[in-house]
Write a protein that binds this ligand. Structure first.
Ligand code: FRU
Length: 485
């Protein structure tokens, strides 16, 4: 039996009941999931591959799992697409991307090659490999790897050279890939090809300027509005004020693409998410021109799932990106709206003390609170709550901050539970949209100017929602359940 057949058989025999997993956030059928890979459209369908280790709930030799969707919300599982079964990827099929071509769906990924040197030490190299498929099954091409790390300029790391993201422009293929320079600083390299098999190194598109972490992972590069955006996930990031508090952090460099020099002239750098669980995002462009981003809703720093839970890792809800007047907006894909059920809409509700709003309860919902007026100093929303547990967001007016707290989410480890973010752009009103799906919250602040994503594995019967205010807040409330069947 091949490694791929074995992985598929294992997945088949060990699939975890859907009821034990979130409703509309992608999770592995069994075992471990990290980065989204190959997020792309092929023959009109949305494909999402991911870093997958089916055999245990911790990271191990990387396979590519596979889902397909018509609308970013309802996903169908497909067979495991890649297994680490060749010399050039024996150390794992690491992250990469996919593109539709006239010969089928091309996936380009990092093959990790491990070799024992004569002196017994291990040599690891990372190279970029190609496979072509029909949307379900993939053949690794002959002459892999198609980009060898020895094509790199002198001094660039051969061991840290990974996560290619491909696109096509005027008949030429391009890709960005993460690497380290001779001083071990993260950078993104640009390559081009006419046929996917022969690639040419072009330039260093951008680097960390010794500010933004060390090694960079999972780059993505695209036009948005009048600018270009480079999304990267730096490792070993230093916090700066209330920015960049995850050791592994994701950020966007926004600027102008100098096509002569093949460099991004950066104008601003923004955190992509202020929560604890967000990493390695990847985007696609829909046929109607929307740039959609999905990320691993977890990070390397913090792994808090209960030991008895046999799946590990989820994806965020896909988010639509927009750049308006220099502000990067992220909002849940509009397709989510068609799954809304049981609306509760209250206009200008006065909240004083602790209030349970009739009909606003549960662990799976799309809830928007708009604080329109009031003399309050702090306003808190508690969710996943019962007498014993809660998770909360607290808005403190004087400091213009939102404080998150999952200390009482049932965790039995001394993990990061609290995080504060400064609210960026604030008109008079504060708008908070929470997407809840059993074990996660994604908060979209002021129509997506900032987001805060976090997981919590509180027992599911803790499903109260309580609004709390020290004086009086006038709040517009809009709550919908979300149901896929
Ligand atoms: C990011 C990452 C990638 C790598 C993959 C391995 O989370 O470290 O750089 O390709 O995960 O699973």
């Amino acid at each position: 039996m091949t490694k791929l057949e074995r992985a598929n058989e294992y997945q088949e025999q060990n699939r975890i009941a859907e009821g034990e997993r979130p409703v509309f956030h992608v999770t592995p059928p069994t075992g471990w999931m990290n980065d989204p890979n190959g997020f792309s459209i092929y023959q009109g369908n949305i494909h999402l591959f991911y870093q997958y280790h089916p055999y245990s709930d911790i990271w191990g030799p990387m396979h590519w799992g596979h889902y397909i969707s018509e609308d970013f919300v309802k996903w169908k599982e497909l067979p495991v697409a890649l297994a680490p079964d060749r010399d050039f990827d024996s150390g794992g099929c690491f992250s990469g991307s996919a593109i539709e071509t006239k010969d089928g769906q091309a996936v380009i990924y990092t093959g990790v090659m491990e070799r024992i040197r004569e002196d017994g030490t291990k040599e690891i190299t990372q190279n970029q490999c190609l496979a072509i498929g029909d949307g379900v099954r993939y053949e690794k091409v002959e002459n892999n790897p198609v980009i060898m790390s020895d094509m790199l300029p002198k001094g660039f790391s051969r061991e840290d050279f990974r996560d290619p993201k491909i696109w096509e422009e005027d008949g030429t293929y391009y890709l960005v890939v993460a690497s380290q320079n001779k001083d071990r600083n993260g950078q993104v390299l640009l390559f081009q090809s006419e046929n996917l098999k022969h690639w040419e190194y072009i330039s260093v598109l951008a680097d960390n300027r010794e500010i933004y972490g060390k090694m960079w992972e999972c780059p993505d590069f695209f036009a948005l509005g009048t600018r270009h955006v480079l999304v990267v996930s730096p490792m070993d990031m230093q916090a700066d004020g209330k920015e960049f508090h995850n050791g592994n952090q994701s950020m966007a460099m926004i600027g102008c693409y100098d096509r002569q020099e093949h460099q991004l002239k950066e104008e601003q750098v923004v955190s992509l998410d202020y929560g604890i669980d967000f990493y390695a995002p990847q985007t696609l462009l829909t046929e109607d021109g929307r740039r959609i981003m999905i990320a691993w809703m977890q990070s390397w720093d913090m792994n808090i799932k209960p030991v008895e839970q046999k799946w590990n890792g989820m994806m965020t809800i896909p988010r639509q990106l927009a750049l308006k007047d220099g502000v990067l907006y992220q909002n849940p894909v509009e397709e989510l709206i068609k799954y809304r059920v049981e609306p509760v809409v209250c206009k200008e509700q006065s909240i004083s003390g602790s209030v349970r709003v009739p009909g606003v309860k549960g662990r799976v919902m799309d809830l928007t609170l708009e604080l329109v007026d009031g003399d309050y100093e702090a306003f808190t929303i508690y969710f996943a709550k019962n007498e014993r547990y809660f998770v909360s967001f607290r808005y403190v007016r004087a400091t213009g901050t939102i404080e998150f707290d999952r200390t009482y989410s049932g965790m039995i480890r001394d993990a990061v539970c609290q995080r504060t973010m400064n609210i960026k752009k604030m008109d008079k009103k504060l708008k908070l949209r929470l997407i809840l799906d059993k074990f996660s919250v994604e908060l979209f602040v002021n129509d997506g100017v900032q987001t805060f994503t976090s997981t919590f594995y509180t027992p599911l019967d803790a499903d109260d929602i309580v609004l709390e205010c020290d004086k009086t807040a006038v709040v517009n409330i809009e709550k919908y359940g979300l149901r896929l069947d």
